[in-house]
Design a protein around this ligand. Structure first.
Ligand SMILES: Nc1ncnc2c1ncn2[C@@H]1O[C@H](COP(=O)(O)OP(=O)(O)OP(=O)(O)O)[C@@H](O)[C@H]1O
Ligand SMILES: [Mg+2]
Length: 392
């Protein structure tokens, strides 16, 4: 089971996209927050959380484009900028102002002014935030790092983060500051540790799969606009959507070899190209799953897969059942820790207090790779098949 990703040519499997589609609701929330922040002269914490490859980085890049078009200053920050004044000051330097030439924006976003000035002397992070002269968007990607060991490094640093988040959210500011944080499925829990609770956070976006039309638009842009496909390309798009369920990373897993195949034949749609695209796309998708389980124990995955095997595909599983299952192989504390990791890695997703794999194909992949019960299932399916065929 290799980790390497082959045939990824000029299609990048991470980050911003030249063919961005969908996420209208999320972008509307963001837009509303920008407008409200200006009106109320307040800061805002907006959190986007989602499993690996769900499209967080692409979405925050798009948000950056919207803010920039409205005349906001946009900066990327790292987690340590929330407690380390030097890092914060460095991040907000004029040369770090983000430009968004590659973002195509739909709709009207009104600007608020032209050139930029960021002032500071030897000020604390809080002073800088409260004295910014222009509306500012701070984009913190991979925000889950905030909760890792030594991030923040000391109790004092932890207090600074708490104060910074609280100031952004609750203080009247000269100019609004929006902190847009994106991270894996445990990001909200981490913010909670710094006093920003689920109910008090200004907005929490749980990023799921893309809707069907957006998924088709992304694929069709890559294949037609980018790879200049000539010929009947709809069967390719149909075949890809059947295996990707709207998950951004998976779409790119198939789009990338599709582009390669088309470019190899000057855009001509061929049967061989189709077969190769599907074969390589499936391999890439498997590698996506492999990446998700890095850091998890195979014993843990076996226990979890056996539990999935015993649960109907349509049924979600309770927290108690998952912990009970993990406790068959680990002590209680470790089981809770492993459960957090399962969520963080996007192996399971939460929906209204219950858990399931985010995509049906992930469930099948886990069972086929790790479950000790898979043979029983295959056998029962085989007997079931025999019985029905016998009856007929
Ligand atoms: N709405 C979208 N339209 C077009 N392409 C998208 C969209 N969302 C994501 N993608 C593409 O899907 C791939 C995965 O997206 P992205 O890197 O943003 O995911 P992520 O959630 O940040 O992943 P990770 O957890 O690994 O950081 C990228 O190639 C990205 O360009
Ligand atoms: Mg990302």
């Amino acid at each position: 089971m290799g980790q390497e990703r082959t045939e990824l040519t000029d299609v990048s499997d991470r980050g911003s996209s030249p063919y961005f589609h969908g996420r209208e609701n999320e972008l509307n929330i963001f837009n509303t927050i920008l407008n409200a922040s200006i009106e109320e002269k307040k800061g805002t914490n907006l959190i986007i959380q989602g499993s690996p490859g769900s499209g967080k980085t692409a979405l925050i890049h798009q948000c950056g484009g919207i803010a920039s078009q409205k005349g906001w200053d946009v900066f990327k920050i790292k987690a340590d900028a929330l407690w380390d004044m030097k890092e914060f000051r460095e991040s907000l330097k004029k040369e770090n102002l983000l430009q968004f030439k590659d973002v195509t924006l739909k709709g009207e976003f009104k600007g608020i002014g032209a050139s930029t000035t960021v002032y500071w002397r030897k000020k604390s992070i809080l002073k800088i935030i409260t004295s910014l002269k222009r509306p500012t968007l701070l984009m913190l990607d991979e925000a889950q790092h905030l909760g890792h060991q030594l991030a923040p490094p000391t109790k004092e640093a932890e207090r600074v983060v708490t104060k910074v988040l609280d100031t952004i959210q609750n203080t009247s500011l000269k100019s609004p500051v929006v902190l847009l944080s994106a991270g894996l499925g445990t990001t909200m829990d981490i913010f909670q540790r710094f006093g920003i609770s689920r109910t008090r956070v200004n907005a929490l976006i749980e990023l799921g799969p893309l809707d069907h039309p957006s998924e088709r638009n992304i694929i069709s842009d890559w294949l037609i606009k980018h790879a200049k496909a000539k010929g009947p390309i709809n069967p390719w798009i149909d075949a890809i959507t059947k295996e990707t369920y709207g998950w951004a990373q998976h779409i790119i897993s198939y789009v990338s070899p599709a582009v390669t195949q088309l470019q190899k034949h000057n855009g001509k749609v061929t049967d061989d190209g189709f077969k190769n695209m599907l074969h390589q796309g499936r391999k890439n998708k498997d590698n996506d799953y492999e990446r998700r389980i890095i850091g998890l124990f195979s014993k843990e995955l076996t226990l979890l897969s056996d539990l999935l095997c015993n649960t109907l595909e349509s049924k979600s599983i309770s927290y108690e059942d998952i912990i009970k299952t993990l406790e068959k192989g680990f002590d209680q504390e470790k089981s809770k820790e492993l459960f957090q990791l399962i969520l963080e890695r996007g192996v399971l997703n939460e929906k209204r207090g219950y858990f399931n794999t985010p995509i049906p194909s992930m469930r099948k992949w886990l069972i086929s790779h790790f479950s000790t019960k898979k043979n029983e299932i295959i056998e029962s399916l085989y007997h079931g098949y025999n019985k029905t065929t016998e009856k007929n």
